[in-house]
Design a protein around this ligand. Sequence first.
Ligand SMILES: Nc1ncnc2c1ncn2[C@@H]1O[C@H](COP(=O)(O)OP(=O)(O)OP(=O)(O)O)[C@@H](O)[C@H]1O
Ligand SMILES: [Mg+2]
Length: 257
Amino acid sequence: MMNGANGKKLIARLERASLAFGEKVVLKNCSLDVVEGAITCIIGLSGAGKSTILRLIDGLLRPNEGKVYVRDVDIAEMSEEQLIAVRQRISLSFQFAALLDSLTVGENVALPLREHSALSEAEIRKQVVDALDSVGLSHVYDLLPSELSGGMLKRAGFARAIVTKPELILYDEPTTGLDPIVTHLITDTICKLREKLDGTAVVISHDLDSIFMMADYIAMLFEGAIIAYDTKENIRKSNNPIVQQFLSGSEQGPIPI
Ligand SMILES: Nc1ncnc2c1ncn2[C@@H]1O[C@H](COP(=O)(O)OP(=O)(O)OP(=O)(O)O)[C@@H](O)[C@H]1O
Ligand SMILES: [Mg+2]
C-alpha cells in the first residue's frame, strides 16, 4: 500500500502528471495525494483544471506524462477493460450530473447496480432504498426527476453515486447553484456519507465555508500544479501568498486577474 508524504495510507495519487488539450497546458507536473478515509478538497480558480484531475483519477482522461495511481496500480497504463473494473470502485459525481427524465428516482439510482451486478430485484430495491435513505430521500423512490427540487436532484445524484458502495467518491461542485440551506444540507450529507461508508472523497468546490466544514485536507491547484497541500487547519494559517489571496478573495496579490 502506498503511503503519502505525511505517512498516511493513500487510495490514489497523481505523480508529476502533465496534461495538455492541444496547445493548452492544463496540468504540469501535478502531484496530489488522496488519503484513505479522508475528505480532500481541491480549490483553485475557474478553469485551473480541477475537474480534469477528477477525470484523470477516474481514468476518463490519460495524462501525457506522469502517473495516476489508484491503490498501487498506475491506471494511466491500463486498457479500457481494466479501467472498467477500477471505475466500479470509484464513483464520480459530475458537475452537471443529470438523472434520466423518463425513469423514476428509484430506477435512476438502480442503474449502476443493473449495469455492474447480477443482483436480484429484491436486493437491488433494498440497496436503492438504503442509498436514498443515506441522503435523506427515502420518500422519493417512485417520483420522477421533474418532481424534485434542485437540491433533491443533487442528493438523488449522490445516491446513485454511492449505491455501489465505492471506495472513493469524487464530487465535482456538489453545492454550486444551491441556496445556503441546501448547501449546508449537502455538505452535511457528504460528511455523513464519509462516516457511514467509511469512504474516501475528493471534493471540488468554490464554496469556502462548505470546504472548511468538510475537508480533512485541502489542495490548491494553481498554474497546473498543486502548490499547497495540508490539513485544513494549516491551509487556513498558510503564509503562501497565493493561498492567502485565494482564501481572502482579494484582488491584490500574486494571482493574475
Ligand atoms: N476536453 C477538453 N478539450 C479541450 N479543452 C478542455 C477539455 N476539458 C477541459 N478543457 C480546458 O481545460 C481547462 C481546465 O478545465 P477544467 O474543467 O478542469 O477546469 P476547472 O478547474 O474544473 O474549472 P471550473 O472551476 O470552471 O469548473 C479549461 O481551460 C478548459 O477549457
Ligand atoms: Mg470544473
